[in-house]
Design a protein around this ligand. Sequence first.
Ligand SMILES: NC(=O)c1ccc[n+]([C@@H]2O[C@H](COP(=O)([O-])OP(=O)(O)OC[C@H]3O[C@@H](n4cnc5c(N)ncnc54)[C@H](O)[C@@H]3O)[C@@H](O)[C@H]2O)c1
Ligand SMILES: Cc1cc2c(cc1C)N(C[C@H](O)[C@H](O)[C@H](O)COP(=O)(O)O)c1[nH]c(=O)[nH]c(=O)c1N2
Length: 170
Amino acid sequence: MAETLNDPTVEKHQFRDAMSRLGAAVNIITTDGPAGRAGFTASAVCSVTDSPPTLLVCLNRSASVYEVFRENMQLCVNTLAAGHESLSGLFGGKTPMAERFIAADWTTQVTGSPILSGALASFDCTVSQIVSVGTHDILVCKTRALVFGDSRSGLIYFDRRYHPVGEHSF
Ligand SMILES: NC(=O)c1ccc[n+]([C@@H]2O[C@H](COP(=O)([O-])OP(=O)(O)OC[C@H]3O[C@@H](n4cnc5c(N)ncnc54)[C@H](O)[C@@H]3O)[C@@H](O)[C@H]2O)c1
Ligand SMILES: Cc1cc2c(cc1C)N(C[C@H](O)[C@H](O)[C@H](O)COP(=O)(O)O)c1[nH]c(=O)[nH]c(=O)c1N2
């Protein structure tokens, strides 16, 4: 039988359990600029509006990369393909920054933020607005350039695990 939790004080672990059922694309968010180069894995990414082309990224203010993103005010959302599971793990915390970037090939476009070679799509953006909610900042990002990769196989994070989706070869 389905369980209902309607206590006004929903616990953090209950919220996370529920959120683990929302499958989401996996992205590596990168930046480079006056504050240096940094990158982290994010599933809290979504489209806001296509006019102007805008998406949002939620970043925990306690992340080691937070100040770098806050100062640079530009970033690239690199949407991962099937096969990028270990790269996602590297950018998912605790690994020194140089070790994260050495594991893949990168180029740049308009903002200078690292663009992951082999990403499904890369959104090179300037951060136009920041809204703080609880532990996270919502970074509102205007897309300045797009790069489309060759892979058609995506990567979804669902039930605390990675799942490849779509076609597996070209
Ligand atoms: N939005 C986020 O900040 C976010 C999202 C996914 C994973 N993570 C981090 O990755 C690690 C592993 O996560 P997991 O999915 O295997 O197990 P988990 O139990 O920590 O998280 C389950 C789900 O809850 C949500 N979530 C987790 N931490 C959150 C946070 N601090 N704020 C808002 N939503 C959050 C995400 O949708 C996540 O998939 C954890 O350290 C987690 O904090 C963070
Ligand atoms: C699959 C998956 C998805 C996410 C994350 C992890 C993983 C494995 N993390 C956590 C984030 O990547 C991690 O905190 C950063 O790498 C910063 O870690 P350090 O503080 O540098 O160790 C994360 N953090 C965040 O602020 N917003 C997000 O949307 C996500 N999503």
